[in-house]
Design a protein around this ligand. Sequence first.
Ligand code: TYM
Length: 333
Amino acid sequence: QHTVLTGITTTGTPHLGNYVGAIKPAIRASLDPDTASFFFLADYHALIKCEDPERVRQSTLEIASTWLALGLDPEAVTFYRQSDVPEITELTWILTCSTAKGLMNRAHAYKAAVQDNTDAGEDPDHAITMGLFSYPILMAADILMFNADKVPVGRDQVQHLEMARDIAARFNHRFGELFVLPEAVVEEHVATLPGHDGRKMSKSYNNTIPLWLPEKQLRKSIMKIVTNSLEPGEPKDPDEGALFPIFAAFADQAQRDDMRQAFADGIAWGQAKQQVFELINAELAEARARYEALIADTAAVEAVLLRGAEKARAAAAPLLQRAREAVGIRKLA
Ligand code: TYM
């Protein structure tokens, strides 16, 4: 019996990296009848990076519609918006009080923000919010609240999972065994999907391929993936550049082997890109039509989320009681 949980921050339009790194493995794991699944929209996390309220609202709707279009069954899993479950933010404070500041100092995202601000000649202590600094504690609460043991994520989230384990272990050590120590589940072929320019596909690098581009634009976006100047007929190295890894994330073993051979045989870049487009488009075409319908029906998506929030709150309440009692806070009536 496993509990699988994962979330996506609602700051942007979902991209291929979110799909192959988190959504696809999560939905696959949720089909196992011995698994309880919790999938959510991390809208409190969004506040850390985004000061545009309309963007947060729109992104929440887009990401919710994405999960549903890709076949998530909201009856079989618990699917909710983080901010609809106040138990999570309450647990965040309890965990904040037993988490060492030094653990947060080590977070890659925080260290990168310090570096970026310093490079830009700004004072990081002024520019960086406490939200950004303590972000990993909110993420730990997301996971520990439901005693999830498996967390499907891309490689960029692995450090946050290690921190969630540290936070849980320290709490357990002080107050008694309450939390399960979660584990990251990272798929080998898709751990870090590169974007157009070869760096990690990321909203903050502006190099994403959005998941729901209409067919023509998807093709155009794939044609923009940066390659080198090797001519048709010249052998190409699949381990160099973004094109092969993007193909590999959608391909099965036989398709990967064939493409490696085609690279060795000197396939033209344009032709290789066309094959990447066809593979990705074939996987997404049907879901794209469902997405278009869902995104136009805000009320239906909202109803799904509110029902999910009820389920999530019911699941969270008993453990929150125990956490409150463990630290000496009155048990809720
Ligand atoms: P976020 O919103 O940045 O990304 C959502 C998920 O997509 C994965 N991902 C990628 N995977 C492979 N290649 C890429 N280029 C790529 N880009 C993004 C991420 O690894 C992630 O799995 N803090 C999290 C959200 C979160 C969460 C949680 C996740 C909040 N609470 C609890 C798991 C459990 C985040 O910002 O992900």
